[in-house]
Design a protein around this ligand. Structure first.
Ligand code: 2IT
Length: 450
């Protein structure tokens, strides 16, 4: 291995012993970009890798809120402004019980290169809180959002840092957050958040964008393999907003999602999760309970397998992990490799552990696509929302959708080319990392040392 990369990884292990997810993301990335580092000594001269790995800044703050009984609760809030070389920091907020500094930093790190891949001027950031939205009333969620924003509002802005949603933060939470921001600032600056409601500056297609983008990207992969989406059966893990977008677009393009899963187990619906009734039900189910997908099986009379994951089933053509980080570990990867399924398309941020990812990439019959490329359509449409806000206009559904489609084609194309440049063949994982890295690195070097 390249000595500069090896030294950097040793340093990272030393510095971030207590941040396993962050170390995991950095390590996977550094291994991937090795050919680019080896060819360009100027990166080492500029200490570029450490500058890429240490965030520009990280806010960590107390968030106090009261429940419906009037009792006070205290959570920790975060916002990591990882890299602003190519635009204002941009990335979602995650409200989930397990959120910590390691998770926020891995997400912000990934976001930096993902955002670069969109080709739009957005830097990388991420935030959130260990607040657990499960079982909270709407009023409790509103009070939490107001308190969170009160702590954060001084540090964000349309040209500074533009948060959006992630797990536990959907349009409803963005509304509460924006309301509080407006109340504190006294200005109508709706470019400060994306994923907003349409009534105050949201963009059409933003709720669907991550899932639609993933299917557009998948379509490019299939075309490269002289294959087509038509008739394909897909296994998607998760049943959140992203999985929903995949199901919707797959149905439109004559493919069908036949598996989905939740923390409680998985669903098999051989007819496809593809009617309006089913898709609407999923959104509702997710709103009511992010922990159980079993009600779908009861409602639509299909199979539910409790406490298990469906990795390894043979009656799909494509696997799309779209739930959460580290959903697919080494044992699951072996099952997937053995299943004979050709396409493994990551969708959630870092859904695969590093050993599992290496294993899948080593299976010669498989094509593996990385999440930071596949899910970039979400943040890409967020950047389009920012453009619409600054123009004080809204674009039609068709306009946004066609820009999203073009963006996903470009990301696939650029990743492919970056891999080819370094003689790596059709390696979408290395290609996405190298393409994202090259853009951020150039902007950092041109802006001098800091
Ligand atoms: O992981 C992601 O890219 C997001 N949660 C969306 C971020 C955004 O700013 O739209």
């Amino acid at each position: 291995m390249n000595q500069y990369i090896k030294n950097t990884i040793d340093l990272i292990y030393d510095m971030y012993r207590t941040q396993p997810e962050f170390v995991q993301a950095v390590e996977e990335f550094l291994f991937s970009i090795e050919p680019a580092i080896a060819k360009h000594p100027e990166y080492e001269k500029n200490d570029l890798l450490m500058r890429l790995v240490i965030p520009e800044r990280l806010f960590k703050f107390r968030v106090v809120w009261t429940d419906d009984q009037g009792k006070a609760h205290t959570n920790t809030g975060y916002r990591c402004q990882f890299n602003g070389a190519i635009g204002p920091y941009k990335g979602g907020l995650r409200f989930q019980k397990n959120v910590n500094e390691s998770i926020i930093k891995f997400l912000a790190f990934e976001q930096t290169f993902k955002n670069a891949l969109t080709g739009l001027p957005i830097g990388g950031g991420k935030g959130g809180s260990d607040f657990d939205p499960a079982g909270k009333s709407e009023a409790e969620i509103m009070r939490f959002c107001q308190s969170y924003m009160t702590a954060l509002y001084r540090y964000i802005g349309a040209d500074v840092d533009v948060p959006a949603g992630d797990m536990g933060v959907s349009q409803r939470e963005i509304g509460f957050l924006f309301g509080q921001y407006r109340r504190l600032k006294g200005n109508f600056e709706n470019g400060v958040l994306t994923g907003k409601g349409l009534s105050y500056g949201g963009s059409l297609i933003r709720p669907e964008a991550t899932g639609y983008g993933a299917v557009y990207y998948l379509d490019e992969v299939l075309k490269h393999e002289n294959d087509t989406l038509k008739g394909k059966r897909i296994g998607v893990s998760g049943y959140g907003n992203v999985a929903w977008g995949i199901m919707k677009k797959a149905a439109e393009l004559d493919a069908k999602v036949i598996y989905m899963s939740g923390p409680d187990g998985y669903i098999r619906d051989p007819d496809g999760i593809n009617t309006k009734e089913k898709l609407d039900y999923i959104l509702q189910m997710r709103m009511n309970d992010p922990m159980h997908c079993k009600p779908y099986a009861e409602k639509f009379n299909c199979e539910f397998v409790e406490g298990k994951k469906f990795w390894g089933v043979k009656d799909v053509d494509i696997y799309m992990p779209a739930a959460v980080q580290n959903d697919v570990g080494f044992e699951s990867a072996k099952l997937i490799g053995d299943s004979g399924v050709k396409y493994y398309i990551e969708v959630a941020n870092m859904p695969t552990t590093n050993d599992a990812l290496s294993y899948l990439r080593s299976c010669s019959h498989m094509i593996v696509a990385p999440s930071k490329a596949v899910n970039a359509g979400g943040v890409g449409v967020s950047a389009l929302e920012m453009s619409q806000n600054s123009e004080r206009l809204s674009w039609s559904k068709e306009e946004v959708d066609s820009q999203l489609h073009r963006m996903m084609k470009n990301i696939h194309e650029e990743s492919m080319k970056a891999a080819e440049t370094y003689g790596l063949g059709y390696d979408l994982v290395a290609g996405a990392n190298i393409a994202g890295f090259t853009k951020v690195a150039r902007a950092m070097i041109e802006q001098g040392l800091f």
